[in-house]
Design a protein around this ligand. Sequence first.
Ligand code: PGA
Length: 227
Amino acid sequence: MKKKYIIGNWKSNKDLEETKYWFDTLKTRSLQNNIINWDNIEVVVCPPIIFLPLVKKLRDDCDLPLKIGAQNISPFKNGPYTGEVSDSMIAEFASYVIIGHSERRTNFSEDDSMLSEKVKRANEVKLNSIYCIQDENTFIPEDVEIVAYEPVWAIGTGKTDTPDNADRVAQAVKKRWGGKSLIYGGSVDPDNIKSFIQTNNIDGVLPGGSSLDPNKFWEMIVNAAKI
Ligand code: PGA
C-alpha cells in the first residue's frame, strides 16, 4: 500500500517555547498510544526556516519517525542574495520543501518561472518538492515529487473542497502530469482527514492551522494511520 502523507505547514507561527511544547506533547501522546502503524504514513513537519536546526534536534530526541520540511527555498544557489536560504543549507536539516504556496504567489509575487527554478534547486540537493497548485490547470514544473491541490478559498477558512471534487481534481491532475503523489490542503482537521485520504486518487493531506496544535496533529496521525 502506498504511504499516505500528512504534511504539517506551520506557516509563520510559533516561538522557541511553543516549538518545544509541540514536540513534548506529540511525544507524550505517542507514549499513551503506541499502536500506530507508521508503515502506512509519512509524517512531515514544516516549521519556519529559522527553527529547522532546533526541530531536527527535537525530532531526533523525541525518537518519532517524523520527517522535516522547509516552507520555502531560494531560487538561487549560494552567493550574493541577501536574506535568502539556499538549497544546500536547507538540505542539512530537511528532506522536503514546500514550493509555490498560494501565500507566496500572492504576497511575494512568485511566478511560474521562479517556481521552476526553486524546483530545480530542490532536485539538485535531493529535497522532495511539495508543489502547491490552486486548481487543476495550474502549471507544474518537471520533476516535482508531490503536488498539493489547495483551492485558495479553502485555506484557513474552515471550508473544505468536497472529497469527491478533490478526488476528481486529483485524478485529472495525475492524468495530465503523470506524476507520483497528489495531496489535498485547505482546512483539513482531525474530523475530515479520513474523508480525503480514503479517496482513490488523494495520497495525503497538507494541514496548516490544525497542524499548529500538537493534539490535533496527533489525532490526524492516528486517524490516517488507521486507513
Ligand atoms: P489550512 O492551511 O489547513 O489552515 O487551511 C493549509 C495550507 O495553507 O497549506
